[in-house]
Design a protein around this ligand. Sequence first.
Ligand SMILES: Cc1cc2nc3c(=O)[nH]c(=O)nc-3n(C[C@H](O)[C@H](O)[C@H](O)COP(=O)(O)O)c2cc1C
Length: 180
Amino acid sequence: MLKEISVELININPCTLIGKQWMLITAGTEQSFNTMTASWGHIGALWGQSVNGRPTVEVFIRPSRYTDKFVDENDCFSLTFFDEQYRKDLAYLGSHSGKDVNKITKTKLTPFFIDGVPAFKEAKMVIVARKIYKGKIEENNFIDKSIIKAFYNSESGHAYNNDSYHNVYIAEIIKVFVNE
Ligand SMILES: Cc1cc2nc3c(=O)[nH]c(=O)nc-3n(C[C@H](O)[C@H](O)[C@H](O)COP(=O)(O)O)c2cc1C
């Protein structure tokens, strides 16, 4: 059962939770939504008053992802985190596009909606976030230029073009649920 908790009670290591265990970014409406796996992101505080840091998340989505359209077109999105038993599902959702296949039906995951925002019942934690800023990674702004080679050009081993620079979304955490 998912139970709502206050943001102060989030008890995770964001580096391992996002970077190693991964998450799903999900957005859309009850009629139409999409999800994708992500291992890049931040959970932190931004644009709050000194002792009242506004809890925020930041995600990085290439414009080529079908999910990007849903995140872009909706005010909110969810981040969902899972136990190891769902690793195969996350790997699948991170290697197939909702443009080509109704991919959620190929997994063990059950969508549900929190105030109209799509999430998954099996998640061990759900964060619902409201977008406050959209930006884009800019090639000229890299201080460590090796990142360009590693992630953004043809030498990176990926078929990237100028449109491959990630969109960056910063969003305020408005609800948190944990599975008990
Ligand atoms: C472990 C893992 C982490 C990923 N992290 C990201 C990420 O942070 N940002 C991103 O744009 N794509 C990321 N991807 C790739 C997308 O999940 C993948 O392209 C997915 O198929 C997009 O689905 P969609 O087209 O239905 O949105 C990741 C994939 C995997 C397997």
